[in-house]
Design a protein around this ligand. Structure first.
Ligand code: 13P
Length: 254
């Protein structure tokens, strides 16, 4: 597939996989995906598996991401993990503001923006998640919600930082439900986000930013979604937990 931006397909393992299970999965992915050069492949295991997975993917084409981090650099923040600690395991990406954290941990756009700045300060690339709920979509509020989330969670990022930031459009109603956005719905939301980036930054910057789609991505729908002009990759939940399904998503996207 000939794309303007290099595709980035990331597996968000969420709260799944012991260290032994994580190693099984990533060793299988290494075998299946060793020849893939066209796509940036990222796995985001839980914190407890970062160390072992990091060693397992040395000398491979698979890169490491984390699922969250603190907005602080160091100090009395019980239970939190700082960017520099992730860097010790060669983590390159960090998912921020996933809808599950927005919902269960009450993360705000403002907090996500502070985390994004802390990530960039440590040279980690944030994957910033945005997306509307079903109620918001049905009330015709999709673009309004996306605009608020994008403006709020990117607040303070420079042009250079924006280019190194990934946005994941994840409609909440499509996460873990088996309901995928239609290719038209995905393309429309992605194009809207890109036009907003052009307004907030400029056209050239907006054209460089990769926007992933997330929400029930499977081997059977990956190709069609990835073929949309403004869809530059996927953030995969459930289907990233098995070697076969995640590697087929990557292969079907090329
Ligand atoms: P599913 O692929 O399980 O719908 O999850 C999507 C997601 O939340 C990825 O971050």
């Amino acid at each position: 597939m000939d794309k303007e931006r290099k595709l980035i397909i990331a597996g968000n393992w969420k709260m799944n996989k012991t260290v032994a299970e994580a190693l099984d999965l990533v060793n299988g992915l290494k075998r299946e995906l060793s020849n893939v050069k066209e796509v940036d492949i990222v796995v985001c295991p839980p914190f407890t598996a970062l160390s072992e997975v990091s060693k397992a993917i040395l000398d491979s084409n698979i890169r490491l991401g984390a699922q969250n981090m603190s907005e602080h650099n160091v100090g009395a923040f019980t239970g939190e993990i700082a960017a520099v600690m992730l860097k010790e395991f060669s983590v390159r990406y960090v998912i921020l503001g996933h809808s599950e954290r927005r919902q269960y941990q009450k993360e705000s756009d403002d907090l996500i923006a502070r985390k994004a700045l802390a990530a960039h300060a440590a040279s980690l690339k944030p994957i910033i998640c945005v997306g509307e709920t079903l109620q918001e979509r049905e009330a015709g509020l999709t673009e309004k919600v996306l605009e608020t989330q994008v403006r709020g969670s990117l607040a303070g990022l420079s042009r250079d930082q924006m280019v190194e930031t990934i946005i994941a459009y994840e409609p909440v109603w499509a996460i873990g439900t088996g309901k995928t956005a239609t290719t038209e719905q995905a393309q429309q939301a992605h194009a809207f986000i890109r036009s907003l980036l052009a307004r907030l930054y400029d056209e050239a910057t907006a054209r460089k930013v990769r926007i992933q789609y997330g929400g029930s991505v499977k081997p059977s729908n990956a190709r069609e979604l990835m073929s949309q002009p403004d869809v530059d990759g996927a953030l995969v939940g459930g289907a990233s937990l098995e070697v076969r399904s995640f590697s087929d998503i990557v292969k079907n996207s090329i």
